[in-house]
Design a protein. Structure first.
Length: 252
């Protein structure tokens, strides 16, 4: 495993996140053109995405601070001691929707036109981010004797590299969503993403080794949000199905 610090105090974690974001925006424009989305609307989604990513990082830090406080209230409430993806996703999506709501009338396209494209961008950026976690040695799993085990600096025994497990899964999702979008013109990648990633993350939490406390009952914070993602994906599919049907009827 490479050290987290690469050169001149530039850390691999930050580099991988930057690479993931750059690739995600590249996919946005490339796939958007293939889907015949108006260039001005793609530019709007780009700037909306930049703002939402910044806000998402803030929420990721805030959610982690809340989890840390729940785990150990005596240590006090401190923001900046780690981040959590699902918290960032919630804050980022909320910000994206608010900006879109106030600016939607300026464009001919709607969010429905890029909704199946956005999961391609999300899973790609997230996948590179998880590789960054691997370099940083965070988000690790339980100890194992399996040949896949990785011994991180400061740890006595090898552990499951859940960061790489998740990155592999996310890149496979990117391939699946890209195929469905470009070849099958599939419109439901977003609810599919919520269901598939929510299920995977819920199961992956059972072998995570970095204790982050419990949010409700036996569920870790990520498992709690994963269950909501799965339920939300199912509801989203039914609602989105009706929206698309109504849009098709109105254009006939």
């Amino acid at each position: 495993m490479l050290p987290d610090a690469l050169f001149l105090n530039v850390h691999m974690y930050g580099i991988m996140i930057a690479i993931g974001i750059l690739f995600a925006f590249g996919v946005l424009f490339f796939y958007g053109k293939k889907a015949s989305v108006d260039a001005k609307f793609l530019d709007f989604v780009f700037y909306d995405g930049l703002i939402s990513i910044a806000v998402g990082f803030g929420f990721a830090a805030l959610f982690q601070a809340i989890y840390n406080y729940i785990k150990n209230p005596s240590a006090g409430f401190h923001v900046g001691e780690g981040i959590t993806f699902i918290g960032g996703l919630i804050g980022g999506v909320a910000c994206c929707l608010v900006i879109y709501y106030f600016c939607r009338k300026k464009y001919n396209n709607s969010l429905l036109d890029v909704l199946s494209l956005l999961p391609c961008c999300i899973v790609l950026a997230h996948g590179f981010g998880r590789i960054g976690c691997f370099f940083a040695g965070c988000c690790y799993a339980r100890e194992t004797d399996c040949f896949l085990g990785v011994k991180f600096p400061g740890m006595p025994n090898p552990v499951h590299p859940t960061q790489l497990y998740e990155a592999t899964f996310l890149f496979l999702l990117f391939a699946l969503f890209s195929y469905l979008l470009l070849k099958k013109k599939y419109k439901y990648n977003m609810p599919l993403y919520l269901i598939l990633y929510g299920t995977f993350r819920f199961l992956l939490e059972f072998i995570r080794g970095d204790e982050r406390g419990r949010l409700i009952g036996i569920f870790s914070p990520s498992q709690f949000w994963s269950v909501l993602m799965i339920i939300g994906g199912m509801v989203f599919y039914m609602v989105f199905f009706r929206l698309l049907k109504n849009k098709e009827v109105s254009t006939v």
